[in-house]
Design a binder for this molecule. Structure first.
Ligand code: PMP
Length: 362
């Protein structure tokens, strides 16, 4: 660190985020299954909007995102005036921490929670606090026990990354009801669309003044590279977040493409059904050869091996066959490999390589 010019306390506690690669030198059959992206990419309507984009590059984008918010409101059956859009849900998470947590405040989340909660809490000068989980699933009793008068934000991803597990809405409601009055509960629904019969907590947001939901176009909609996410919350929270949102935080192109993607029902249906079919197929294959998985409600499975060394060896075997998955030691699960559900050929390759690897271990 520089002798005189120093960042705010907390910033140097942030480990640099390790982004995933999609390339392996010398191979042209590489499949990236490490970032929970939709293997089909964007749908036709989003691609068309992308091809048409650019006619208004000299114009500043609208600051109120009215078009995209109206489309989101209609698509999800929610109140468009209580939606805020950002550069990925990461930006909404960051706004929430900046707005509600500072030095002396605590930001609470569950063990094996998404890395951005810690990063955004530290960036805001607040203290990240981790509650123990149970069976790789958030434990509401542990979260309630860890909450105190300094707790300002509580994050819970449902379904959770990197475990794929989820907790029932009754448990989330119990958490919202039991938290201290000054704490805001954030339901991170990055994978909510993949969980059948789950609204991401939208109805709970409508019932309470201490619950916010975050969502994204990066997963089901196949637009991780576009960087569009959004939040839905009580009016008092959306008003606060809008004050610190840069007026032009989303470009014309981002807004147009995201809106087009929402209307692509064929792409959405195909992505969902293929994911469910291949996720269950892959989990069954893995279980049959002695690799343990929890039931996943998302677009990935967490494969758990005997120990970190075995996971590492399997990761190396996958890499040598051009398959990039994510070893999740940074989430405190070094014995796990998080495998995004790719297309059918990718899933078959993964099952084949892990099958051969497990046989070599006997
Ligand atoms: N929440 C969770 C649980 C995630 O896994 C991710 C993506 N890795 C995000 C939020 C952020 O996604 P984005 O910023 O692309 O919307």
């Amino acid at each position: 660190m520089h002798a005189h010019i120093r960042p705010q306390p907390g910033i140097m506690d942030i480990a640099l985020y390790q982004g995933g690669t999609s390339k392996i030198a010398g191979r042209d059959d590489v499949v990236k299954l490490s970032s929970n992206e939709n293997p089909f990419g964007p749908g036709d309507l989003a691609r068309l909007a992308y091809a048409r984009a650019g006619h208004d590059l000299h114009r500043y984008p609208p600051t109120d995102h009215a078009g995209l918010r109206a489309a989101l409101g209609a698509h999800f059956g929610i109140d468009a005036s209580r939606i805020i859009c950002g550069a990925g849900s990461d930006e909404i998470i960051s706004f929430l921490c900046q707005a509600y947590a500072g030095p002396g405040d605590e930001v609470l989340y569950s063990q094996h929670g998404f890395l951005m909660y810690r990063i955004s809490a530290l960036a805001a000068g607040a203290t990240p606090v981790v509650a123990p989980e149970r069976d790789r699933t958030a434990d509401v009793d542990a979260l309630l026990a860890a909450a105190n008068k300094r707790t300002k934000l509580v994050f819970i991803a449902n379904p959770n990354n990197p475990t794929g597990t989820m907790i029932p809405l009754e448990e989330i409601t119990r958490l919202a009801e039991g938290l201290p009055k000054q704490a805001l509960l954030v339901l991170d629904g990055a994978y909510a669309e993949y969980a059948e019969n789950y609204d991401g907590g939208a109805a709970l947001v409508d019932q309470r003044d201490n619950v916010v939901m975050t969502r994204t176009f990066s997963k089901l909609f196949g637009l991780g590279g576009l960087r569009v996410g959004w939040g839905y919350g009580p009016q008092h929270v959306i008003d606060v977040l809008n004050r610190l949102r840069g007026p032009f935080n989303l470009s014309n192109m981002q807004l147009d493409i995201a809106e087009a993607a929402l209307g692509d029902t064929a792409h959405i249906a195909r992505s969902l059904s293929e994911n469910a079919r291949l996720r269950d197929w892959l989990a069954e294959k893995l279980n049959a050869i002695g690799v343990v998985t929890d039931r996943s409600f998302a677009n990935f499975v967490l494969a758990r091996f005997r120990d970190a060394a075995q996971a590492e060896a399997c990761n190396a075997a996958l890499l040598s066959e051009g398959l990039i998955v994510r070893q999740v030691g940074s989430y405190g699960l070094p014995e796990g490999l998080r495998i995004t559900i790719g297309d059918e050929s990718a899933c078959r390759r993964v099952a084949h390589v892990i099958g051969a690897f497990m046989e070599s271990q006997q």
